[in-house]
Ligand binder design. Structure first.
Ligand code: KG4
Ligand code: ZN
Length: 333
């Protein structure tokens, strides 16, 4: 089954053709990062307008690279949420129009499920497994019992991990998106600052928290600025990254021990982080757990992951979406 997938939830206009959920025939991403960088973050209205300008070419390019036309495509899939409403609507309406014109079934895919499915691409991962999702919008632990049966076992009580990377980067004068910038700068520093790290040991519900860590860094930097001190940016970036990664790791370790998970997958934009991969990799080797991460190009937003998720949605017997399909700013985890 070949699925044409479309994703426009934030600042990437993306389309892909995916075969049987695991084989990517094309994966086109038109990034708006350069456009939003001067504003220090994504401006929703500008994102929507640029999706409108890009989507036709992005879809055409994805079909061309996959050497596929209307007759080769079995279904159209689109991200309906979570994300920026105006941005999502561009993809949803385009997909609706295309599915109607081509007389193909349309499937509405959750962006969160897409991030999870990024781990199926070119991979042998099958449920059951434990998934740590860490992106700009979500930080959660999910027990994936089957492709369409997940149980939420922990989520953030405040900010998402990626959001903390972005905000700390901003206070350190680094451009958007902050994750890769912090990672780069952290290599020149040492983890000399002790930063707040929640403990999970006695919590029945695993609750991440990134707002305290973010505020700690903001106060640290502002205090130094007020005293006229030079900001040790690399040491702060390194200390923050260690602490942010340690929180993700400890929660996942706690959840794996409680659920007895032998396979652990990490997904979402933050799963691109080298320190996080090293920390989970070392744990996997030590405990014999199998650790999965998406390939780097499938960690951040893309449509291939939406095509992969759509395949398992179709296989579960889900009904295609109707013409009344709407975008949603939030979706259940
Ligand atoms: O999954 P994603 O592309 O979009 C959302 O669904 O939110 O995640 C974007 C987030 C941003 O906050 C970005 O700073 C973070 O992922 N990110 C990283 C890295 N690459 C992207 N965070 C830490 N280290 C990275 N290498
Ligand atoms: Zn995402």
């Amino acid at each position: 089954m070949k699925i044409l997938a479309i994703e426009s939830s934030c600042d990437e206009t993306a389309a892909a053709v995916v075969e049987d959920g695991r084989r990517v025939l094309s994966n086109v991403v038109a990034s708006q990062i350069e456009i939003h960088r001067r504003f220090g973050g994504v401006v929703p209205e500008i994102a929507s307008r640029n999706h409108t300008l890009a989507i036709d070419n992005v879809v055409a390019e994805a079909l061309e690279q996959a050497d596929a036309g209307k007759d080769d495509i079995d279904a159209v899939a689109v991200t309906y949420g979570a994300g920026l409403l105006g941005a999502l609507l561009v993809g949803v309406n385009y997909a609706k129009g295309l599915a109607y014109a081509w007389k193909k079934p349309l499937y509405a895919v959750s962006h969160v499920k897409g991030h999870l499915a990024a781990n199926y691409i070119d991979s042998t991962l099958e449920p059951p497994y434990l998934c740590l999702l860490a992106s700009g919008g979500h930080t959660a632990l999910l027990s994936v019992k089957d492709y369409e049966a997940t149980e939420l076992i922990g989520q953030s009580r405040d900010d998402a991990a990626g959001e903390a990377f972005d905000k700390v980067a901003r206070v350190l004068g680094l451009p958007y998106p902050g994750g890769p910038e912090i990672q780069r700068l952290a290599k020149q520093g040492r983890p000399v600052y002790k930063m707040p790290l929640p403990s999970f040991k006695n919590d029945t519900e695993l609750r991440f928290s990134y707002s305290g860590l973010k505020t700690f860094v903001i106060n640290l930097v502002h205090g130094m600025e007020q005293r006229g001190e030079e900001i040790p940016r690399a040491d702060i970036a390194c200390s923050f990254q260690e602490c942010a990664v340690e929180q993700l790791f400890r929660a996942a370790e706690c959840a794996a021990e409680r659920t007895g998970a032998e396979k652990v997958a990490v997904a979402g934009g933050v799963s691109a982080n080298e320190r996080l991969r090293a920390r989970f990799g070392e744990w996997g080797e030590r405990t014999g757990r199998e650790i999965f991460y998406p390939q780097l190009k499938y960690c951040t937003d893309n449509a291939a992951m939406i095509g992969a998720a759509a395949y398992y949605l179709v296989r579960s017997g889900a009904k295609p979406a109707g013409a009344d399909l709407d975008a949603r700013a939030t979706v259940p985890l």
